[in-house]
Structures are given as structure tokens and as C-alpha cells.
Design a protein around this ligand. Structure first.
Ligand code: NDP
Length: 379
């Protein structure tokens, strides 16, 4: 079965290595916890209101520094860990990460008072507390998820690229290196705009259950490279030089197009929330619907579709499916299928939350003004 799936190369560890792979996420979780706590960071007010004080929650951001240090430690093998280790130990790390995040979920759910969700299994999945922070808000669990998840996504992709090069040398697939560059850029961009993330769905709506513990740490950190589990074992697809250019430049252009939409929309919303009267990029007039003391943005990228940022994410995932040059291989499409399914669900869920928050009448007015959910003219 494993051979048939084409991932036999991920099951080649010795017994001792397999145990080390299983515990790798725990070591990573602890190292990142210490790094985030000890390294300097900038304190910023967030978007979510702390119900106890009525003031915005405070966050300490140092993701970019943690990411840079982690990259250096990995690239120079400063801990003695080979660069291809993360990739080679993927399966065992996912198993270990799942067990450890299950334990953290149980602690973080059962230590909190019962909330809206009464069913204990659903409470474990969705969580009870919306926020968990320690040491006078010096350490915020949700932002920790992003720092660990994002950094490990990049390191896992880079580690897979190293494994691939060691396997194929001269006949390596340039698409694999481009893929690792895509995700490293994606994560770097995320850390540069870390503050914008304080204005997003996970921070606003999600609670700390298994969905977020496992999703933020294991799925985001280790499993987002699913396409590479299959594709790192394939050499250069062998196109002609002209077709190689079309394929690689085309995939990179598609990636940048998707990223541009997504980054642009997120920045516009962030800018609107912080400076409601300011033109976005000095060009786009903020037009909005008033709903009590809240405002629904409906100009610029937020006037094209109600979640145009998800369309950007969709194009980006399509570029990932195409970058390997094996267009009919199902492994290459796994991330794309996941992203499209997740964002279709998430948009509907966010729509429901927003209808409650803004009131059905005002939200209905917004839906009438911005007709499409994600893809203008289609959906
Ligand atoms: P958003 O950043 O769109 O956040 C949703 C919230 O924004 C809503 O709950 C609402 O909160 C506010 N909002 C929505 N529409 C409007 C509007 N018209 N006017 C004013 N406020 C509005 O969603 P996400 O957090 O899901 O996405 C953030 C980014 O992260 C996206 O680019 C997304 O694609 C990316 N992402 C990528 C993932 C991946 O797997 N690749 C996973 C998750 C996110 P309120 O009204 O309270 O302000």
C-alpha cells in the first residue's frame, strides 16, 4: 500500500530514528516556546477585545526573529541535525505531533470552564477558551501556533528540497526547489505582516480545541507539504528548455498573482480597521455600510467578492499543484484540494458569524452590494 502510494521513502528510518522522529515535534514545540519567550519582541495592541478589561488584547510579536534564527540553525546544522531530517521523519513527526497536541488539547480544554459547547467531544474539537496567554500576555498561544506552524512549514519544504537534491543531484526537478522557495516566501511575508494576522478569522472566531492545536501546529507545520511527500521522489520531468520556461515562469507568475490578491485584500481590511477614513495605498476610497458602531468594508478588493482574499489563496494553491511539472499526479493536487475545501467551508462559516455580528439586515445589504462569495461572477 505504502509503495503503491509512492511514499515508501518516508518509511526508511531505523527504529531509533523513528523514535527520534516521533519526539521531534515535542522538542520543536519546547524550543519555540523558549525562543518566543526569551527573544525581544514588540508589544502591540490587537483587534480582539479582552472582555475583562474592555480594552484590546496586547500581543508581543517576534515571529520574524524566531523564523530567521530557526532558518540559520537549520541551514548551518547547528544542532547536529541533518538538513533532510525534517522531511525524512515526516510520518513519525506527524504521529508524534498528533499525540502531543491531543494531550495539550485535553489540558487546555478541561482546565477551562464549560462554555457554549456542552458536548465534551465537540468541546475537545472546538475548544472552550478563545484565548490563552501567559506571563502577563508575553506569550500568546494562538500567535505561538502561527510562529511554529509557519516556520516548520518552510523548514519542512526546504528539508524536502535537500532530500530531493541528495537523491537526484543533476537530474533534480527545479520545480521542487521553486516549491520550497514559494513556501519560504509565503512564510517570510507572513512574518513581515505579522500584525495584520491579529485581524483574522482564527484570532476573532476560533477557540483553543484540537482543531486549532493540531491544525496550527501539525497540519500547518508538517502536513501542508503533503504534495512533497509524493513529489520529492520524482526527478526532473524532462520538458524541452522552452516548455520548462513556460512551466516554471508560469507557476511562479500564478503564485505571485494569488499572493498579490491575498496580501492586498488582507492589508486593505487591516488598514481600514486601523484607519477607517484613510484611502488604501493612497488610491482606494474606503466605502462601507454602517452597522451600529461597526463598519462593513465594500470597496476595492472587498467590493469584488466578500472573501476575495480566499480566491488569492486558491490561485496560490493552484500554482503549487502545477509547480512540480507532474500535472496528473494526485499528490501534486493534495494541497490545492485541501485549500479549496477549507476556504469554501470557512467563507460560509465567517458569513454566518458576520450575519450575527453585524445583524442580518446590514449583512444582507452587504450581500446585495457584493454579490459573490469568493470568485467574482462565478461563486
Ligand atoms: P479574514 O482575514 O477575511 O477575516 C475574517 C474577518 O474579517 C471576519 O470575521 C470579520 O471580522 C472581518 N470581515 C470580513 N469581511 C469584512 C468586511 N467586508 N468589512 C469589514 N470586516 C470584514 O479571514 P482569514 O483569517 O480566514 O484569512 C486571513 C488570511 O490568511 C487570508 O489571506 C487567508 O487566505 C489566509 N489563510 C491561509 C490559510 C492557508 O491554509 N493557506 C489558512 C487560514 C488563513 P470583524 O467584523 O469582527 O472584524
Amino acid at each position: 500500500m505504502i509503495e503503491w502510494l509512492g511514499i515508501g521513502h518516508l518509511f526508511e528510518l531505523s527504529r531509533t530514528e523513528a523514535v527520534a522522529g516521533f519526539f521531534t515535534p515535542l522538542v520543536i514545540f519546547a524550543a519555540f516556546f523558549l525562543a518566543q519567550l526569551i527573544l525581544p519582541g514588540r508589544r502591540v495592541p490587537g483587534y480582539v477585545i479582552n472582555p475583562e478589561t474592555g480594552e484590546p488584547r496586547s500581543y508581543r510579536l517576534n515571529g520574524l526573529l524566531v523564523f530567521a534564527i530557526a532558518l540559520i540553525v537549520w541551514a548551518l546544522e547547528l544542532t547536529g541535525m541533518p538538513r533532510d531530517w525534517f522531511y525524512r521523519s515526516s510520518i513519525y513527526a506527524v504521529a508524534g505531533g498528533t499525540v502531543f497536541t491531543t494531550i495539550f488539547t485535553i489540558i487546555s480544554v478541561l482546565s477551562q470552564p464549560q462554555g457554549k459547547v456542552k458536548n465534551p467531544l465537540l468541546a475537545l474539537w472546538f475548544g472552550r477558551a478563545q484565548e490563552l496567554s501567559f506571563f502577563n500576555e508575553r506569550f500568546d498561544v494562538k500567535m505561538y501556533f502561527y510562529v511554529v506552524g509557519g516556520t516548520m512549514l518552510s523548514l519542512n519544504a526546504l528539508s524536502g528540497a535537500v532530500y530531493h537534491y541528495q537523491l537526484f543531484g543533476e537530474s533534480s526537478n527545479p520545480g521542487v526547489f521553486l516549491y520550497a522557495a514559494f513556501f519560504t516566501f509565503y512564510v517570510l511575508d507572513y512574518f513581515i505582516f505579522e500584525r495584520v494576522q491579529l485581524y483574522t478569522y482564527d484570532l476573532i472566531h476560533e477557540s483553543l480545541g484540537f482543531k486549532l492545536w493540531w491544525g496550527g501546529l501539525v497540519v500547518y507545520g508538517w502536513m501542508f507539504i503533503l504534495p512533497l511527500w509524493g513529489m520529492a521522489a520524482y526527478p526532473d520531468p524532462g520538458f524541452s528548455p522552452a516548455w520548462s520556461k513556460v512551466w516554471l515562469i508560469g507557476a511562479a507568475a500564478l503564485f505571485l498573482f494569488g499572493w498579490g490578491i491575498s496580501r492586498g485584500a488582507n492589508l486593505q481590511k487591516y488598514s481600514f480597521k486601523r484607519w477607517p477614513d484613510r484611502k488604501f495605498l493612497g488610491l482606494i476610497e474606503p466605502r462601507f455600510i454602517e452597522a451600529g458602531d461597526r463598519r462593513i468594508l465594500c470597496s476595492g478588493l472587498w467590493g469584488v467578492a466578500r472573501h476575495f482574499n480566499y480566491m488569492g489563496e486558491g490561485f496560490l494553491s493552484l500554482s503549487i499543484a502545477l509547480v512540480f511539472g507532474y500535472f496528473t499526479n494526485l499528490w501534486a493536487w493534495t494541497y490545492c484540494v485541501f485549500v479549496v475545501a477549507m476556504f469554501t467551508y470557512r467563507q460560509r462559516d465567517d458569513d454566518r458569524h458576520c450575519a450575527e455580528k453585524y445583524g442580518p439586515e446590514k449583512w444582507g445589504e452587504y450581500q446585495a452590494r457584493v454579490k459573490y462569495r469568493i470568485v467574482p461572477g462565478i461563486y
